[in-house]
Design a protein around this ligand. Structure first.
Ligand SMILES: Nc1nc2c(ncn2[C@@H]2O[C@H](COP(=O)(O)OP(=O)(O)OP(=O)(O)O)[C@@H](O)[C@H]2O)c(=O)[nH]1
Length: 301
């Protein structure tokens, strides 16, 4: 094939799928940098995060969406609206289906929801490292029978298998277009959102069982300051919980846990910003923030 004549393609892609399908892990594995925050609890991805993948003949802009699910709270409804909005804007959708779980009503529901959009749909069978060949073949067959997909690609984000193939397939379904972002950009996610996610991840560490979805983080301010040891960033962050009992859990005895959270988050933020960081961390109770429009707006939903 004459490579010079291949048209340049650029556009947007996102992964969808029921909670825990492996969307965030896959995004990270493909982008090769820790952009979206993952955890083994469902519904941890709250913000739409973009990673940009540059190749000689294409630019694939990945948009990470929260899991689509039956809404139970106002937060749930807003998340679904965000997801639908994203779906209507992208060129390619990767429908993630775990290899190690039987197809269920959740997969069929999402599959139907995305069928009528302008986007091409590629079925991505994830976590292939967890199953043997026979199981994988059965799952691929079942997926093929479930819908009319532009392609079906089995991958393992953890084992790093088939990731290049997936990128190639996704890119092949992008429209012909000039490059949309500069070469050196891997994310246009606002810095504050990424920092907030790092703090939230640190705050959740070890207490996910107790506080599954009750923590939100807001970055109030980031200031540059000069110190005796040189310049540093001063980050003002607020951790929101829903009840004072949760506040006590986050803070820990005599503030011990919050200090650990702060240290852990500060290190990650310093890595992200490439700078020395001072983290000013406070915990606030915002009663039922998940159901309160005022808080949701403040927290960026
Ligand atoms: N063995 C294995 N585990 C994986 C793989 N991909 C993801 N996982 C695990 O599956 C769980 C869910 O992965 P996530 O990437 O957070 O899933 P998600 O679809 O983004 O989940 P939500 O944020 O809830 O929508 C985590 O515990 C991951 O470590 C994989 O390729 N192999």
């Amino acid at each position: 094939m004459d490579e010079t004549s291949a048209p340049y393609r650029a556009g947007f892609a996102c992964f969808v799928g029921r909670p825990n399908a492996g969307k965030s892990t896959l995004t990270n594995a493909i982008i090769g940098s820790k952009i979206a925050i993952t955890s083994n609890r469902p519904q941890t991805t709250r913000h739409v995060v973009r990673g940009i993948l540059h190749r000689p003949d294409s630019q694939l802009i990945l948009v990470d969406t929260p899991g689509f699910h039956r809404p139970r709270t106002l937060l749930g409804e807003r998340l679904n609206d965000q997801v639908r909005q994203t779906w209507s804007e992208v060129d390619v959708i990767g429908l993630c289906i775990p290899a190690d779980e039987k197809l269920g009503p959740g997969d069929r529901f999402i599959s139907r929801e995305i069928a009528g959009l302008k986007a091409k749909v590629v079925a991505v069978v994830t976590k292939t490292d967890l199953v043997n060949r026979a199981t994988l073949v059965r799952q691929l067959t079942a997926v093929n029978e479930m819908g009319d997909f532009a392609d079906i690609v089995p991958v393992s984000a953890v084992a790093g298998e088939q990731l290049d193939t997936l990128v190639e397939v996704l890119s092949s379904h992008l429209p012909e277009s000039p490059q949309l972002y500069p070469d050196d950009m891997i994310s246009d996610e606002p810095e504050r959102v990424m920092i907030a996610e790092l703090v939230r991840e640190a705050a959740l560490e070890g207490v996910r069982e107790e506080l599954p979805h009750s923590i939100a983080v807001l970055i109030e301010d980031i200031q540059d300051e000069e110190t005796e040891d040189g310049p540093r960033k001063k980050v003002f962050a607020e951790i929101y919980v829903e009840r004072s009992s949760q506040k006590a859990i986050v803070i820990g005895k005599g503030g011990a846990r919050l200090r650990v959270v702060g240290t852990r988050a500060r290190k990650e933020i310093a890595k992200l910003l490439g700078a020395r960081v001072y983290l000013d961390l406070h915990v606030r109770v915002a009663k039922d923030w998940q159901r309160n429009p005022k808080y949701l707006q403040r927290l960026g939903f």
